[in-house]
Design a protein around this ligand. Structure first.
Ligand SMILES: Nc1ncnc2c1ncn2[C@@H]1O[C@H](COP(=O)(O)OP(=O)(O)OP(=O)(O)O)[C@@H](O)[C@H]1O
Ligand SMILES: [Mg+2]
Length: 486
């Protein structure tokens, strides 16, 4: 008897428990018979489908759905019951009776109660929000994947770890696979150092270290493909944290074309420079030759003329004063012409430069300049002789001349100081004026050729010219030419 009583008690206890559960569950619960008629529902279910209990009980469970869905869903259910094929777990998007769309998750238990027929207990969750988020995520993941794979550049993601110096690839895009000739599977098994040309490993290490402090670096590198082909690339790497680990997203842009153009430009520049230098030399040689020819040919003729005219004047009688005066005037004209010829030849190519060297030529040029412009020149010159080849002394002399021309044309200076000294095998020529001072942008103006010419001349000799001005104070032209020929 006792056991029967106990059983009764247990049963009613579990009934109470069950009805409690039924009531407080946040998941919808629904019991339907084999025909699909609702036998029981809980409050949570009513909330999900937005109908009252009275509107649900004893009616086909499909009343919760939109009319257009009702027939199909009910027929499927009835067929599944007959065939014992009720699906136990599934997610489905339904349109409710009020046209609201809801994603519902079903957990079905099929009960075959002897004598009572077939029943289905369904636990139903409204998963609309979760589903929306999931779909959005899938959508953005797909967009991201599309971007990742459709980028024009190779993209790699590596994860750094303490155990491995270079970490591991965790993702690479299709471009990366194609450029470097690996399948994705092969790629993901590589060490990141395997795709770098051995000569660039040091650079890679250096940049990785920089990345750890700066979080973003851009640098150039050479990649090595599976077939050992070298590909110059520009890498842009970002450091971020993913799954708690330091992770690097690197975008590698193929700069083969850029490098090719750069190299072509460099070569063209070099060729142009050589051409300019060659033309300069030819010009200088021509000037020297013309100067010499004028000096020799014209100079000799003038000298002969002078002698002849002197002889002629000696032959004149005392009563031929008029003729004598004429001859004096001609003789003066010859002297004048000799001077003019000297000036012209000096302008073409100062004879003093070839005969006495750079320093006397500079002194002579400055004195000429002073006498023509009235701008005073002071010197600080070395007291030893400089032995320069003609190419160097010509270049320095021509730079000096351009500096003087600029001072006369632009500076409004009253005073120039010229100094030459040696500093560690480098000849330094400094020409300083006290004029208005060249502006920074004028030193870089591509249209004015004077300063560019000076710089070019020095560059050919492995040296340089810097031009700096202080407004209102003056301009300094500094010429540095290495004396050893390397
Ligand atoms: N000593 C100087 N003082 C002040 N300004 C100067 C001085 N030297 C050059 N400049 C400025 O720098 C500019 C560029 O000089 P640069 O010699 O290159 O060209 P330019 O003298 O104008 O023409 P060119 O090509 O005939 O030499 C000048 O136009 C002038 O404005
Ligand atoms: Mg000039």
């Amino acid at each position: 008897m006792n056991t029967n009583h106990q059983l009764q008690e247990t049963l009613s206890k579990s009934e109470i428990l069950f009805s409690k559960l039924w009531g407080i569950s946040v998941d919808g619960m629904r019991l339907t018979d084999g025909n699909g008629t609702i036998v029981m529902v809980n409050d949570a279910y009513c909330r999900i489908v937005e109908l009252d209990k009275e509107e649900l009980l004893n009616r086909p469970f499909t009343v919760v759905y939109h009319q257009s869905e009702q027939k199909r869903v009910l027929e499927t259910y009835r067929r599944d019951v007959i065939n014992n094929e009720i699906k136990t777990h599934f997610e489905r998007e339904n349109t409710l009776w009020n046209e609201k769309k809801r994603w519902l998750e079903f957990s079905n238990t099929f009960l075959d109660l002897t004598g009572e027929g077939k029943y289905t207990l369904s636990i139903i969750k409204d998963i609309t929000e979760r589903k929306k988020a999931e779909l959005e995520l899938a959508d953005s993941a797909q967009k991201y994947r599309m971007l990742f794979n459709n980028a024009n550049d190779a993209v790699f993601v590596t994860q750094l770890s303490k155990l491995k110096l270079y970490g591991d690839f965790i993702e690479v895009n299709e471009v990366a696979c194609k450029k470097l000739g690996y399948t994705k599977d092969e790629f993901l098994k590589l060490s990141p150092s395997a795709i770098i040309s051995p000569k660039f490993i040091d650079e890679f290490n250096k940049q990785t270290e920089r990345l750890l402090t700066n979080s973003h670096v851009i640098y150039e590198l050479v990649h090595k493909a599976k077939d050992s082909k070298h590909i110059p690339v520009e890498i842009s790497s970002h450091l971020f944290t993913y799954e708690g680990k330091p992770t690097v997203l690197s975008i590698a842009r193929d700069i083969t074309e850029r490098k090719r153009v750069e190299e072509k430009l460099r070569k063209t520049g070099l060729r142009l420079r050589n051409l300019a230098s060659h033309l300069q030399t030819i010009r200088e040689e021509e000037r020297t030759a013309i100067a010499r020819e004028i000096h020799d040919e014209l100079g000799q003729v003038l000298t002969v003329l002078k002698i002849q005219i002197t002889l002629l004047s000696n032959k004149l009688r005392d009563d031929q004063q008029e003729l004598k005066d004429k001859i004096i005037s001609i003789s003066n004209m010859i002297d004048d012409t000799v001077e003019k010829v000297q000036r012209i030849t000096a302008k073409l190519r100062p004879y003093i430069l070839d005969e006495l060297g750079l320093i006397p030529a500079i002194e002579w040029q400055a004195q000429e300049f002073q006498s023509v412009t009235g701008i005073k020149c002071s010197f600080t010159l070395p007291n030893f002789e400089l032995f320069l080849d003609s190419e160097k002394s010509t270049a320095i002399f021509r730079i000096f001349q351009e500096a003087l021309t600029n001072i006369a044309r632009h500076s409004k200076a009253k005073l120039i100081s010229i100094s030459i000294h040696l500093k560690a095998e480098t000849l330094m020529l400094i020409v300083k004026d006290n004029g208005i001072g060249i502006a920074q942008e004028q030193t870089k103006d591509f249209k004015s050729l004077g300063i560019i010419g000076m710089k070019e001349r020095a560059l050919i000799l492995g040296g340089e010219v810097t031009v700096e001005g202080i407004p209102g104070k003056g301009t300094e032209v500094r010429v540095e030419i290495p004396l050893n020929n390397n």
